[in-house]
Design a protein around this ligand. Structure first.
Ligand SMILES: NC(=O)C1=CN([C@@H]2O[C@H](COP(=O)(O)OP(=O)(O)OC[C@H]3O[C@@H](n4cnc5c(N)ncnc54)[C@H](OP(=O)(O)O)[C@@H]3O)[C@@H](O)[C@H]2O)C=CC1
Ligand SMILES: Nc1nc(=O)c2c([nH]1)NC[C@@H]1CN(c3ccc(C(=O)N[C@@H](CCC(=O)O)C(=O)O)cc3)C=[N+]21
Length: 446
């Protein structure tokens, strides 16, 4: 698991500013009076928020002016009774003032409850798994083929082991055959490559996933140092000395276990993670289509689609530019005709950029980094980050939080994914979906 940091929104160095569309009111003669001189623009997309507005507006605004809001519409429409307006004008109010009353009533209601719609990845993922189950059974009945997914796990990171276990469970739940290889931390690239080659040639396997991250230099270094210590202490035989020498040389020759070579070795027809450079290249090029789209970014876009969020022509900001999430997420949003900015560790004043976004996808790995004042009111926020933070109350001693300070963000965004229960389950659902598509393509089953 990534290093555990104890942090919450209040302990961050950024000052939390409430970015609510609060207007200042005073009540006089039973009527709401505004101190604001210019009307504000607004957009409300959440039906539940509309309902709140309708309810609270009737309470706070003059009932003779405001007779209601259209319910369940995608934009609030104030229904003002002619009689009410005439009544107000008759009491000496100007047309402009009555208009202000209406707008302010709307805003005071919005300020009373601006909780974002929760984008429920867990339930969407469940629905997708049900669809996949039905398709797999249709394929099995028609041509007798059952999709197979092979997962290679090198080393013993606890979080990786948990993800792999969860993937296996998900495969079983939809009827995909799962094949798993667990290799020790100090395995050579060659050993991993041999397994990949075997799965490439195995007709029962339609998808291959190498769990990332692969063991890094530091792990190998630690192991080498312990062997050197052993060598000194025990004066081992020449074979031991040779093995240690090979290890030392390999540490100096390669930065990591060679992730590039390993990902390149997965044949692109079975690259269900979508990490092969050919698949990423096709994702980046106009007029080309990848065989597979990386699961996490695909899950983010699927959530936006299923929640009816328009992407075309919108400003989208992706925070993070990793090969597995940030970069392909930006490419996908661009394919959906959004205008993209990418924020990374060297970006100056990231909050100025994110504040312009209609859609934010954050994939950084820093708990609560994205504060409420980084978000434009009404924006849609997809939080990919999965960060463990200490929590004495939890049985595990920690809980998972995203990159986004949820308590602040949910008061400003129009919709937001929770962590857990947001993008994570979608990643797994997309992996199953990619595995099914692969089996269908390899067997030419429509
Ligand atoms: N929900 C899911 O299904 C998944 C969740 N995750 C989670 O998503 C998060 C990101 O994962 P991953 O992409 O693999 O992580 P990486 O560490 O590979 O990439 C992190 C990215 O964040 C950028 N970054 C780091 N610090 C800052 C900062 N202060 N401001 C802006 N950008 C910053 C880095 O920039 P630079 O490039 O300059 O270094 C880098 O591009 C993690 O929490 C991970 O656990 C990952 C995969 C799937
Ligand atoms: N080759 C490869 N492909 C990946 O797709 C890949 C990978 N390597 N390495 C690690 C990251 C991370 N990742 C997650 C998948 C599911 C959840 C998930 O289901 N999360 C649950 C919580 C799980 C829990 O409670 O522990 C949730 O957010 O609700 C999280 C993270 C895939 N990754």
């Amino acid at each position: 698991m990534a290093s555990m940091i104890f942090t919450d929104c209040s302990s961050s160095s950024t000052t939390a500013t409430r970015f609510l569309p609060l207007s200042r009111h005073r009540v006089q003669d039973g009527l709401l009076h505004s101190r604001r001189s210019t009307p504000l623009r607004f957009a409300v997309t959440s039906p539940s928020l509309l309902r709140t507005i309708a309810a609270t507006s009737r309470t706070y605004a003059s009932p003779s002016v405001l007779t209601g809001l259209s319910m369940g519409w995608r934009c609030p429409v104030l229904l003002v009774s002619v009689k009410g307006v005439i009544g107000c004008l008759g009491r000496g109010m100007t047309k402009e003032y009555v208009l202000h009353l209406i707008v302010d009533a709307l805003f005071s209601a919005m300020a009373a409850d601006t909780s974002a719609k929760i984008i429920d990845g867990k339930s969407v993922a469940k629905k997708i798994r049900d669809e996949i189950t039905a398709e797999i059974s249709r394929m099995k009945d028609a041509i007798g083929v059952v999709p197979g997914l092979a997962v290679i796990l090198v080393g013993d990171r606890k979080d990786s082991a948990t993800y792999v276990r969860n993937k296996k469970k998900a495969c079983v739940s939809v009827g995909i055959n799962s094949y798993e290889v667990r290799l020790p931390e100090d395995s050579s690239d060659q050993e991993v490559l041999e397994y990949i080659s075997g799965f490439n040639d195995d007709p029962a396997v339609h998808g291959i996933l190498v769990q990332l991250p692969l063991p890094s230099n530091s792990v190998k270094y630690a192991m080498t140092s312990s062997r050197i210590k052993l060598w000194k202490d025990l004066n081992p035989n020449p074979i031991g000395i040779m093995k240690t020498t090979v290890l030392i040389v390999s540490v100096f020759l390669c930065q990591h276990m060679n992730e590039q070579n390993i990902l390149n070795a997965v044949c692109i027809e079975k690259d269900v993670d979508g990490f092969h450079p050919l698949n990423i290249g096709r994702l980046a090029m106009r007029g080309r289509d990848p065989l597979f789209v990386p699961c996490t970014p695909k899950g983010c876009i699927e959530l936006l689609h299923r929640y009816g969020v328009d992407i075309k022509g919108k400003k989208a900001v992706v925070i993070g530019r990793s090969n597995i999430v940030g970069m392909p997420a930006a490419l996908l949003l661009q394919r959906e005709d959004a205008t993209i900015s990418i924020v990374h560790s060297r970006t100056k004043n990231p909050e100025e950029i994110t504040r312009q976004a209609d859609i934010i996808i954050s994939a950084v790995g820093k708990p609560n980094m994205v504060r409420g004042n980084w978000i434009k009111p009404g924006a849609v926020v997809i939080d990919v980050g999965i960060n463990p933070v200490e929590d004495a109350k939890s049985a595990r001693g920690y809980r998972l939080v995203g990159d986004v300070c949820y308590e602040e963000a949910c008061k400003i965004a129009s919709a937001i994914t929770p962590v857990p229960g947001g993008v994570g389950p979608m990643t797994i659902a997309m992996l199953l979906s990619n595995t099914l598509s692969s089996a269908k393509r390899l067997h030419n089953f429509k």
